[in-house]
Design a protein around this ligand. Structure first.
Ligand code: ADP
Ligand code: TPW
Length: 581
């Protein structure tokens, strides 16, 4: 492509040039996105991307405008998880970019493919730090927080720039990619045919990574030697969309399986091999553990210590990222490959005569599971008012059972931890939550992204604090008329609503306005609001919402004394050894 074919919008065109068909940065970005099947964007408009959003919309791209970039970014992140295509978030420069960056970092941490596209200020001014409108060296700031970051300066490089972003996001371990588009780029004019020729349709963006036959043999030798095998299914396994083979592998092995939070539903939580209700037993007592798309990070107590019975386990790990192996403890059988190829290879090599896990082990796990389920059952049936978590979650559990293809979004502390344990999930990728960082604020972005990408109804169960991080997006939900039902577990505060300030008249640090009516917020935007004070009322309200498909928010009044500090992870709070004042 000759340099002379590129002009900025401001430069006059010659008569000969006017004869030619021309294109510009705006159109080339749109064409490049469409060529690669990226037909949905989540963002917030403003200089320099407002017209770009309008033009994209006019060209048939679905552009969902949010009230805050962080929520738009979370929508894009979960779109990536659900579709295996990078979710696209579009923001303005500096502050908009920074708002979106949290979500990009979150996507990277959770291994979700996403592209954050931000407009940026004039390079010449930014580099000399002369104080441009929303000046910021965005590329430099994004780099350490994402998987890859690129800037496109010339219209003829848009095709390659987007191709690089797509490949970086989805190949290998998926993650977040930043694409910096300076304001000037949008208006750059070039010959239309040359423009078309400069676009790239990415072929085989996430190539299969076939595991080595030796690695498969080693893994099966270790698995065969197990007396007490356990399979852990992480969100990488859910992402991989190898659902049938994963199910076959688990069933053929006969081993108990433990789903991580977003791995729930790969096999139903009610499957006879599911050890979710015997979690601590299987972690402690297993001797061989097969990890599929799950990291041995804090969520699995780093694979060692008390939670794992202090003993040394043999770990087999399937992961696309070679450096994940031995990250916390020794992996005796690393299987480096993509999950679909690896699970298929394992199944193939297991053949038809694979001996299922020893019955002594599986029946011991079943017994424990049944005991724990029976212990919990009566608590889930209480109709107390104000509600406790178990009473409220008991009815939601039945509703999810009756509507297994609804997507369940979940955040909070007690609201998260208890719902994870109590609410069974029946299909893959139906439970979306706070992920590796335990981040509050994903709720409305995830709900919107999930509804838009899948067309399925969404049930979002939110702590009142958690909801507050993205609450304004209920206007977005009403504007696009999405089939989302939000249930807020309102216990008047963060964790609980009973904290007292021992040093003055200000409310305690974890307290909110007592008796708030979040349902009224929804009504303000034309959505449906309910106030539910008992499990019976909650059940009626959720069923009405799910039947209608109308944007609905239910304020579920929870006993302020019901929760515990930080839910299940209170032990991570540092404690002062000094006497409290
Ligand atoms: P969880 O929090 O559910 O335990 P993690 O996010 O810790 O799950 O782990 C997901 C893992 O899955 C990551 O290590 C990532 O590299 C891996 N992964 C993601 N997609 C694939 C894939 N298609 N094939 C193989 N591994 C994958
Ligand atoms: C971005 C810290 C973890 S959980 C939580 C906070 C503020 C809210 C818990 O209260 P909630 O739920 O939602 O009312 P419940 O059921 O216990 O009453 N900022 C970010 N992420 C995190 N994780 C926090 C703060 C936190």
């Amino acid at each position: 492509m000759a340099e002379t074919a590129v002009k900025t919008k401001a430069e006059p065109t010659t008569a000969a040039e006017e004869e030619r068909e021309l294109t510009d940065g705006f159109n080339l970005i749109i064409d490049a996105l469409k060529l690669n099947g990226l037909t949905t964007m989540y963002g917030v408009p403003g200089i320099p991307i407002t017209d770009f959003g309008r033009m994209a919309q006019a060209a048939g791209i679905r552009v969902l405008s949010f009230r805050h970039e962080q929520s738009a970014g979370y929508a894009a992140a979960i779109a990536g998880f659900l579709t295996q295509k990078p979710g696209v978030c579009l923001t303005v420069s500096a502050p908009g970019f920074l708002n979106g960056l949290t979500a990009l970092a979150h996507a990277t941490t959770n291994c979700f493919p996403m592209i954050l596209i931000s407009g940026s200020s004039e390079r010449e001014i930014v580099d000399l730090q002369q104080g441009d409108y929303e000046e910021m060296d965005q590329l430099a700031i994004a780099k350490p927080l994402c998987k890859a970051a690129f800037r496109v300066l010339h219209a003829q490089d848009i095709g390659i720039g987007l191709a690089r972003a797509i490949r970086a996001a989805v190949s290998g371990r998926p993650g977040g990619v930043y694409l910096d588009l300076p304001a000037k780029l949008f208006g750059q004019v070039m010959d239309a045919e040359a423009g078309r020729n400069s676009l790239v349709k990415v072929i085989d963006a996430a190539p299969a990574q076939i595991p080595a036959p030796d690695a498969i043999k080693r893994a099966l030798d270790v698995l065969k030697s197990a007396k007490k095998p356990l399979i852990i299914l992480g969100k990488g396994a859910a992402y991989a969309q190898a659902d049938d083979d994963i199910r076959k592998l688990v069933e053929k092995s006969g081993a108990p399986f433990l789903p991580m939070s977003m791995g729930k539903g790969l096999l139903p939580d009610t499957h006879p091999q599911c050890a979710g209700a015997a979690r601590s037993t299987v972690l402690k007592e297993s001797d061989v553990v097969l990890l599929i798309g799950a990291r041995l990070n804090w969520l699995l107590s780093h694979g060692k210590g008390k939670a794992w019975g202090e003993g040394r386990k043999k770990f087999i790990q399937i992961d696309i990222e070679p450096r994940e192996m031995d990250s916390n403890v020794e992996i005796v059988a690393p299987v480096v490959g993509d999950i679909a190829s690896s699970v298929a290879a394992l199944l193939d090599a297991m053949g038809s005569k694979w001996a299922a896990a020893p019955a002594e082990w599986t029946s011991a796990v079943n017994k424990k599971r049944e005991e724990n389920v029976a212990k919990m059952a009566p608590r889930l049936m209480n109709n107390n008012s104000p509600m406790d978590y178990h009473g409220a979650l008991g009815v939601l559990r039945t509703i999810v059972k009756e509507r297994p293809d609804a997507i369940f979004v979940n955040e909070g502390a007690n609201t998260l931890d208890l719902a994870r344990g109590i609410i069974d999930i029946y299909q893959p990728r139906k439970r979306l939550d706070v992920g590796t960082w335990g981040v509050m604020g994903i709720g409305m972005g995830y709900a919107i992204g999930a509804a838009v990408e899948t067309g399925k109804p969404v049930l979002a169960v939110e702590g009142d604090s958690a909801f507050g991080f993205s609450g304004m997006e209920i206007e977005t939900i009403c504007r696009y008329q999405l089939p989302i039902c939000i249930v807020i577990f309102n216990n008047d505060g963060v964790y609980r609503g009973t904290d007292v300030n021992t040093g003055g008249d200000d409310p305690a640090v974890t307290m909110f306005v007592k008796g708030s009516r979040y349902d009224k917020m929804m009504e303000a935007f034309g959505g449906v609001g309910f106030n539910a004070t008992s499990p019976d009322e909650l059940k009626r309200a959720v069923n009405t919402a799910m039947d209608s498909g109308k944007p609905t928010l239910i304020n579920a009044v929870i006993d302020p004394a019901a929760g515990s500090e930080s839910g299940r992870i209170g032990n991570l709070n540092p404690q002062s050894k000094l006497k409290k004042k």
